[in-house]
Design a protein around this ligand. Structure first.
Ligand code: PLP
Length: 345
């Protein structure tokens, strides 16, 4: 039978209320792409779980199908979220699919163009907040406490349920868990979901390497960051809603949470693209963390191990990060001789 989305495939393993009415865009079932060249350099068997291939271009769709399906079944008419961008696009798409009104709050001027365009294209009402993601999230929490508007941020437990399906898929492909799972950590919903998913599925547990951006690394510093800054806008979060659970996942799995610089993130983005996988900056944090750790003495032991790095969102989400750092392509007259003289022979 053809693929019908994560609730259809794994719904019996997800803790969703009986009133849930499935709203799906056939999310999930994303590939585990082998990375033989980079893997060889790092001395491990390396795979990318490419979540950028979900319907709206990020892993957020796994949780959003669950959150919107529950909200619809409960009779909600309007959903709201705070977002660094991908949650907005995902909420907008699934709300549109279900015929709900979607309101998204984004930090002013800090959302990548591909994400903003998505939210608008899917018909969400987009509101810019003069503040950070954390400020926007506080507003969303307050309004959903005082009105019937449904909250679809990852503090919504059904988001976590849906996102567990990525761990199930990995175990199904390998018939067990990998040795290491590396992923970016922002609001810490995803790391929480993976750990819960692996524990529930009982096919083995990976060690987890969570990676934050150095300018937005509250879990590494041990305190909130008032003004988080990083090129990796999807993890530009100073007060992670599930910070405790992220630390628990790292500790229980015998893994760790580290920070990498923006330069390391952008370099990792180029390294992945050089092997054919283009991801947005935040999504490259997992690889940046693995490279940093695999290269140092006291780092994680990845040699000879099976490592899955979760690449959370597609490169097309944030095209300007690439185009801004390059000169525009050369222009030539439409003549063969000019072409030859430009490319050499
Ligand atoms: C949301 C997001 C993250 C961070 O996920 P959390 O669950 O907030 O930790 C990382 N990368 C991308 C592309 C995202 O959209």
């Amino acid at each position: 039978m053809s693929y019908q989305g994560v609730l259809h495939r794994y719904g019996n393993l997800l803790d969703l209320p009986a009133h849930t009415q499935t709203v799906s865009l056939l999310e999930g079932n994303t590939p585990l792409i082998p990375m033989p060249r980079l893997g060889k350099e790092l001395g491990c068997e390396l795979f990318i779980k490419f979540e950028g291939l979900n319907p709206t271009g990020s892993f957020k769709d796994r949780g959003m199908t669950a959150a919107i399906s529950e909200a619809v079944g409960r009779g909600a008419e309007t959903v709201i979220c705070a977002s660094t961008g991908n949650t907005a696009a995902s909420a907008a798409a699934y709300a549109a699919r279900a015929g709900l009104r979607a309101i998204v709050l984004i930090p002013e001027g800090k959302v990548a163009v591909g994400k903003l365009a998505g939210a608008i294209a899917y018909g969400a009402e987009v509101i810019q907040v003069q503040g950070s993601f954390d400020d926007a999230l506080s507003l969303v929490v307050e309004i959903t406490q005082k009105t019937p508007i449904a909250l679809v941020n990852s503090i919504n437990p059904f988001r976590i349920e849906g996102q567990k399906t990525a761990a199930f898929e990995i175990c199904d492909v390998f018939d067990g868990a990998p040795d290491w799972l590396c992923l970016p950590v922002g609001n810490a919903g995803n790391i929480t979901s993976y750990w819960a998913g692996f524990k529930q599925y009982q096919k083995g547990l990976p060690q987890i390497l969570g990676v934050q951006a150095a300018g937005a690394a509250p879990l590494v510093l041990g305190h909130p960051v008032e003004k988080p800054e990083t090129v990796a806008t999807a993890i530009r979060i100073g007060r992670p809603a599930r910070g405790e659970q992220a630390l628990e996942a790292a500790q229980q799995s015998n893994g760790k949470i580290i920070a990498v610089s923006d330069e390391e993130i952008l370099s990792a983005q180029r390294i992945l693209a050089a092997e054919g996988v283009w991801v947005e900056p935040a999504s490259a944090a997992g690889i940046a963390g693995l490279i940093a750790e695999a290269g140092k003495g006291a780092g994680i032991e990845a040699k000879g191990k099976r490592v899955v790095v979760v690449c959370t969102g597609h490169g097309m989400k944030d095209p300007s990060i690439v185009t801004d750092s390059f000169a525009s392509p050369k222009v030539i007259p439409a003549a063969y001789d000019d072409l030859i003289s430009v490319i050499g022979k």
